[in-house]
Design a protein around this ligand. Structure first.
Ligand SMILES: Cc1cc2nc3c(=O)[nH]c(=O)nc-3n(C[C@H](O)[C@H](O)[C@H](O)COP(=O)(O)OP(=O)(O)OC[C@H]3O[C@@H](n4cnc5c(N)ncnc54)[C@H](O)[C@@H]3O)c2cc1C
Length: 843
């Protein structure tokens, strides 16, 4: 009784008499507390009692992950109201640690009991009962799930448990890559833990479409979170002091503890036992005023289903906003029945921050529309969140789904470092107002350079959709095989990440070079983000070509199997910049003050061009701080610095911006090369080592590569093995890894290609593997090194194993199919390595 009794003392009983309406609320957090507060504002005489099973009321569930990670430092900030404050401010009786056990509907009483040893049941009569018990985290009956190290997160006590577990843990496994799972992954990483995330779907954030979720996955991987997609949890087993999770594929992942975040289940047991009508998934059915099948019992929050404003169907949407608003509707209906407005239903708006990126949706996704068989069209645009010339501009991708019949907006998703919330809110408002793509095109949104653009990305999405609707452009979401591809990106970019089979004519040259294109063929125009390809498609269409345009471009739609990695590389700069004349070294008299360069709002290769130009004027020893928003810049600046002899002092990411600091070496004079960049001194230590392209996937050739690599490493040089095409087979895991979401062709490739070192064929006389076995035997008998031994030695010697991401894409190989410890890179990485090592071989 103790604590609850203390709260009751603050409750002013004198305000009530026998005619006071008695309101009982089960659950005192989002929906319950909101109903209680509104009820008091509408009636000073109502006798309001809140029963709450836990020790807290009105706490910020949504803030729990952020206290675990330390971003919300003060735990007390999560407690929005206490039983005392609700009693003092609202004169509400709050009984914490008290559970509602039964509802006696004929007698209109709730039977409850304090959760204290020896406490007895008591009855609370009600005139109106409000059920707001929420939803509990799912814990499927899997083997080992009862292990105390398999934790879930719903309330402050769960949060405390996870915080304590995290204190002693090195490795954490998060099951579920939904909103809460990814928030947890981010915060645990913030604490320096090794974090792996397992998700049954083949993408993170399953409610989103794959191309919008893909940058989030990339960001997680970049931050060192291991992602295991397309694989589900099968059970847990003790493994020494730790815990191992077994997956459906047979894979095992070890961790010190597990956070299970795979969804929630409505807590509708009380309602079910009382005979209230339930929906298909155990939710409580309610009408537009949140009344259950009993007119004196209301329900709100995660436990109910509400109407989807697009389809009119009822469904559960366990989110904080709806819960709060529904609580308010109930109080309004109880105390102002004639004026109360019905709950209009939901559009489904959600957002999450994952490291530097925010991603979210409002309304329906393409997946959902397709599953429901609804007619839709999709438009993807990428633009900056505010004027591109204003510092801090970062790209934002907005995907709009709309009805081909009347142009009505059906949903939208957005991803970017900044401004995602604002665009989703605009679209959520548009959805509530049943607006069309024409309305979006005409919206007048707040604009000044620090906040937006004269043509906001929402307007642009509206324009693009209008263009598609009236047939000015025919967008496609994948490269159609029957069409010739015209790549209109800058030549340097196209060389670095070529689109196989595509003709490259940079857009500025297109009108003059139209004669080079075969008019009898159908064409598809392609660029990085979809905008220039639209411009190009207009040029071609007006010249009489049959043309479609790749919406979103190759950066947004890597699923297009364009075999194109994100457009980013330092190579065009570095290749021309490095010359081999010996540098004249002089000690600088004094070091010039650091310089800075703002490259935000520039797409690749713009930032590198700027850096190159600025570097030419740097004094010896002078530092340059570059700020860029192009996501590929972090890797590019590393490659640029390595191949041009600059010291890269640090690369930091914050709020979608990349800040890199580099320094011209103090001992290198400025008069060094035609390009003005410090030349690589001949015979310099950096020229030691080797860079080998391992193209072949044959045992003897991979072996030869490793022999050379180990030799070069032994001589003290840096060694990089750049695995491309068939060579990647050497790095595949030997055991099959189930990866969902692969195309039939990719799966066929996966079956046909050898898995790992042991399965590689011999380049000659393989004889279906017999030759390979003979060779292995031969080498063993002569005590010659074997392939696994050479490989192990190479790893011990610190040889870098870089896998070409473009080749992976082409061959349908995913990161999780490769052995641990490999790096992923592109042409820029190879060129940078090649330029700093003496030996460069293609095997
Ligand atoms: C970690 C986390 C992060 C989240 N982040 C977001 C977010 O960023 N955005 C968003 O929109 N939503 C978020 N949510 C979801 C949001 O918190 C919920 O949708 C919202 O709290 C639901 O409100 P509710 O009142 O229905 O249930 P709850 O807030 O869960 O409250 C229900 C209360 O009822 C009590 N109760 C249950 N049964 C009984 C009983 N028989 N007797 C007495 N008491 C009982 C429970 O103890 C519980 O405290 C998050 C949720 C979690 C757990």
């Amino acid at each position: 009784m103790g604590q609850a009794y203390a709260h009751m003392l603050m409750y002013n009983m004198n305000a009530f008499d026998s005619s006071s309406p008695r309101i009982v609320i089960v659950g005192g957090v989002a929906a319950g507390a909101s109903a209680a507060a509104r009820a008091r504002r509408l009636s000073e005489t109502a006798r309001i009692t809140v029963l709450e099973r836990g020790p807290d009321v009105s706490f910020a569930n949504c803030g729990l992950p952020y206290h675990i990670g330390g971003e919300i430092a003060d735990r007390a900030r999560l407690v929005v109201q206490t039983p005392e404050s609700l009693a003092t401010l609202l004169n509400i009786e709050v009984r914490v640690r008290t559970e509602a056990l039964r509802i006696d509907r004929p007698r209109k009483v709730v039977v409850a009991r304090e959760l204290a040893p020896g406490a007895t049941e008591f009855e609370l009569p009600y005139d109106k009962l409000i059920l707001a018990p929420g939803a509990a985290p799912l814990r499927p009956p899997l083997p080992g799930i009862e292990d105390p190290r398999v934790l879930t997160l719903r309330n402050l006590q769960d949060m405390d448990r996870i915080k304590i577990a995290a204190g002693a843990a090195a490795r954490v496994l998060v099951i579920g890559a939904g909103f809460i799972g990814l928030e947890m992954a981010e915060q645990l990483k913030r604490l320096g833990k090794a974090v792996a995330v397992v998700e049954a779907a083949d993408q993170v954030l399953p409610p989103l479409d794959p191309e919008i979720a893909a940058p989030v996955a990339e960001s997680l991987r970049h931050e060192g979170v291991q992602l295991v997609l397309g694989d589900a949890i099968a059970g847990f087993v003790r493994e020494g002091a730790g815990l191992a999770a077994t997956l459906k594929s047979g894979r095992k992942l070890e961790a010190d503890f597990v956070v299970l975040a795979i969804g929630v289940k409505p807590e509708s047991g009380l309602a079910a036992a009382a005979g209230l009508e339930l929906g298909a998934r155990g939710t409580i059915k309610v009408d537009a005023f949140m009344r259950t099948s009993d007119a004196d019992i209301y329900a709100a929050g995660d436990v109910v289903e509400s109407v989807d404003r697009l389809s009119g169907a009822s469904m559960n949407l366990p989110l904080g906003g709806p819960a709060n608003r529904q609580g308010r509707v109930i109080a309004d209906h109880i105390f102002r029945p004639t004026e109360a407005r019905p709950y209009p239903g939901h559009v489904g708006t959600a957002i999450v921050r994952v490291f530097d990126l925010a991603a979210g949706l409002a309304g329906w996704s393409e997946k959902r529309l397709a599953q429901a068989g609804r007619a839709y069209r999709s438009t993807v645009v990428t633009d900056y969140q505010h004027a591109s010339y204003f510092p801090g501009a970062t790209p934002l991708t907005l995907k709009l789904l709309w009805s081909p019949e009347d142009g009505r907006v059906l949903g939208a998703q957005a991803v970017g470092a900044d401004g995602v919330d604002k665009r989703l809110d605009v679209i959520a408002t548009a959805l509530a107002g049943k607006m069309t793509i024409d309305d979006l095109a005409e919206l007048e949104l707040a604009y000044a350079p620090p906040f937006g653009s004269a043509r906001d990305v929402v307007n642009t999405a509206g324009f693009a959709a209008q263009n598609a609707r009236v047939g000015l452009v025919r967008p496609v979401t994948e490269l159609p095989a029957e069409r010739a591809a015209l790549d209109v990106r800058p030549a340097a970019v196209a060389q670095l990440s070529p689109i196989p089979g595509a003709v490259n004519i940079p857009f500025p040259e297109l009108r003059a070079r139209l004669g080079e294109l075969d008019r009898s063929r159908p064409w598809v125009t392609v660029c990085a983000l979809g905008k220039t390809s639209y411009f190009a498609a207009r040029v071609l269409a007006q010249a009489g070509f049959d043309v479609v345009s790749l919406a979103g471009g190759v950066r947004v739609r890597p699923v297009a199997k364009a075999a194109a990695e994100p457009v980013s590389s330092a190579a065009p700069v570095t290749a021309s910049a490095v010359v081999s004349v010996p540098a004249v070294t002089t000690a600088p008299a004094s070091v010039a003050a650091p310089a800075s360069l703002d490259c935000t709002g520039m797409a690749c290769p713009g930032p590198l061009m700027q850096v190159k130009a600025r570097c030419e004027t740097l004094a010896p020893g002078q530092e340059l701080e570059v700020t860029a928003s192009d996501p590929g810049f972090a890797r590019d600046i590393d490659a640029f610095s390595r191949s041009n002899g600059f010291e890269l002092l640090g690369v930091e990411r914050a709020k979608g911006l990349i800040k890199a600091r580099l320094r011209r070496p103090a001992g290198v004079s400025s008069a060094v090369s035609p390009a003005g960049l410090p030349a690589m001194p001949a015979g310099d230590a950096r020229r030691k080592g080797a860079t080998l392209v391992v193209f072949s996937g044959e045992m003897d050739k991979v072996m030869a590569s490793l022999v050379i690599a180990n030799g070069a490493a032994a001589m003290g040089g840096k060694v990089t093995l750049f695995f491309t095409f068939w060579g990647i087979n050497a790095l595949r895991r030997e055991e099959p890894v189930a990866v969902a979401g692969k195309s039939i062709l990719d799966r066929m490739f996966g079956h046909m290609l050898p898995r790992g070192l042991g399965a590689l064929p011999l380049s000659k006389m393989n004889f279906l593997g017999a030759g390979r076995r003979m060779m292995k035997h031969q080498m063993a008998s002569k005590n010659l090194p074997n392939l696994p031994g050479l490989f192990g030695a190479a790893r011990m010697a610190g040889v870098r194993l870089v896998v070409c991401t473009m080749s992976m894409d082409a061959m349908g190989i995913r990161a999780e199919e490769l052995i641990d410890g490999v790096e992923f890179g592109g042409v820029a990485d190879y060129l940078a390595s090649a330029e700093t090592t003496g030996t460069n071989l293609f095997i």
